[in-house]
Design a protein around this ligand. Structure first.
Ligand code: SAH
Length: 446
């Protein structure tokens, strides 16, 4: 197969390096723009593989992770952190330029001082390993497959979680628990989900089992809590479906109160096993602080918090405004949100469980007053029904928080052609070392 030289020209949407050869683009892992590389290209030019990097970028570093090449999660670990932030800022800048054919200033992506072990939610899968001595392996699923990539420590997961997984593995061997086998539907433990609050130090361990029967579970809980005193609650979650989702519907509290509490910007939040909660608490404070600063709220304002999850943004903003209306689709998240309001003694936030677009449309029909809209939809973005209703309600400001700027710009296009203008663009690094980008856009009425 021919060996050729090429230069890394740009990044693709997943921040992988793109090289051009014979007018054809090829995407490759583990590259940095500007690097010259040697590639092996198949005769029909359909496949390329990297032979070596000929001139390394000054931003290249050795990834501080044993499973970097297999896991696929932290795909930017070979790039200095400050450069990762620049790459994310430039990505957003280019995306806005390509979409709107106009240059928008993008503020520098706000990063972490210590971008390690930031995840407050850690998910691990178990696998039986055959061989001389029967043992259990634990790790992540390899990117887009169900192969398990084994690891003991991870650069971005919580360090205590790694320790707890090690203890669980030892207990599984001792108590003769097998890992759940997806294909055969046999075995006991499927996954472990660990959530930990850095502010309150509370730790939740969720043992996901393939069936309801958990033999010797009392002994297991006793052994686990005596070996790790930091654990404050243990839950059994039953997932007996053939699915790639980690959690099933059924839940049983085995130890403690069944949830943990986290503190964000001075307010307390209940974290349960199933509800959505931002996985990087310290950057979440940066994100919300920036979003609320851009919203520039005043005491008489009515704030609408759409896609509110467990109510975090609206509850944090509640003392800056007259009233907050918050809407969320998932029932469990809404009940958590209501409890969060009670826990913080907040009375001016009203929660509704509904599809945000439906709810917004009804608000528009009733011509309700909204001064500021903060929206934080899931990855796929919002939809025309929501946006049209928002345009009718005509808030003076819209702060759009997105975990995928590519879907965000599609929604922004609609708002820009209906009387709104962009006043600020602020990426925030919620997921250091990964290709994910969180972006806040502030819009005001023309
Ligand atoms: N603002 C929250 C949650 C953001 S994640 C936070 O910062 O924590 C997006 C949320 O939108 C999730 O809680 C998800 O359940 C919710 N959601 C998804 N589709 C929705 C819809 N159609 N209507 C309302 N909420 C929805």
């Amino acid at each position: 197969m021919p060996i050729v030289k090429a230069k890394v020209e740009k990044y693709n949407n997943d921040l992988k390096g793109v090289v051009s050869y014979n007018n054809k683009d090829y995407t490759l892992d583990n590259l940095i723009v500007g690097e010259e590389v040697e590639l092996e290209i198949s005769k029909d030019q359909s496949r390329v593989s990297l032979k070596k990097v000929l001139t390394e970028s000054v931003n290249r570093i050795k990834p501080e992770c044993g499973i970097y090449s297999k896991c696929g999660g932290c795909s930017l670990l070979h790039i200095k952190y400050q450069e990762q932030l620049k790459i994310k800022t430039t990505f957003v800048e280019n995306l806005f330029f390509e979409t709107f054919n106009k240059y928008y200033k993008v503020n520098d992506c706000l990063g972490m001082k210590e971008p390690w072990h930031y995840r407050n939610k850690n998910q691990i899968v178990f696998k039986n390993v055959k061989g001389g001595k029967s043992r259990i392996a634990s790790g992540f699923y390899e990117a887009s497959s169900h192969n398990v990539v084994e690891f003991e420590t991870c650069a971005v997961q919580d360090e205590l979680s790694d320790k707890i997984v090690g203890i669980i593995k030892e207990l599984m061997i001792k108590m003769r628990y097998n890992a759940f086998d997806e294909d055969r539907g046999t075995g006991l433990i499927r996954h472990v989900l660990i959530k930990r609050s850095a502010s309150t130090k509370e730790v939740m361990v969720v043992i996901v089992t393939g069936s309801e029967i958990f033999p010797g579970c009392q002994n297991f809980v006793k052994a686990l809590t005596s070996r790790c005193k930091d654990i404050t609650t243990i839950i059994q979650n039953v997932n007996n479906r053939k699915t790639s989702a980690v959690l099933g519907d059924k839940e049983k509290v085995l130890y403690g109160k069944g949830f943990i509490t986290d503190i964000l910007l001075g307010k307390k939040f209940k974290i349960s096993a199933k509800s959505f909660y931002q996985i990087n608490s310290s950057q979440c404070e940066v994100l919300y602080t920036k979003a609320l600063e851009l919203a520039n709220l005043s005491k008489n304002d009515i704030l609408f918090d759409a896609y509110c999850g467990v109510g975090t943004i609206g509850l944090i903003a509640s003392d800056k405004v007259n009233k907050v209306i918050s809407v969320e689709l998932v029932k469990d998240a809404v009940s958590d949100a209501i409890q969060n309001a009670k826990m913080n003694n907040i009375k001016n936030v009203h929660f509704f469980c509904d599809d945000a677009s439906n709810f917004m449309k009804n608000m528009a029909v009733k011509k309700e007053k909204v001064d500021v809209l903060i929206m934080d939809p899931p990855r796929k973005g919002s939809d025309e029904r929501f946006l049209n209703a928002a345009i009718k309600l005509s808030p003076k400001k819209i702060v759009y928080i997105s975990c995928d700027p590519r879907t965000q710009v599609i929604d922004l296009k609609h708002l820009l052609s209906n009387g709104y203008q962009i006043t600020a663009i602020q990426p925030v690094d919620m997921f250091p070392h990964t290709s994910h980008i969180e972006n806040i856009v502030c819009l005001s009425k023309k």
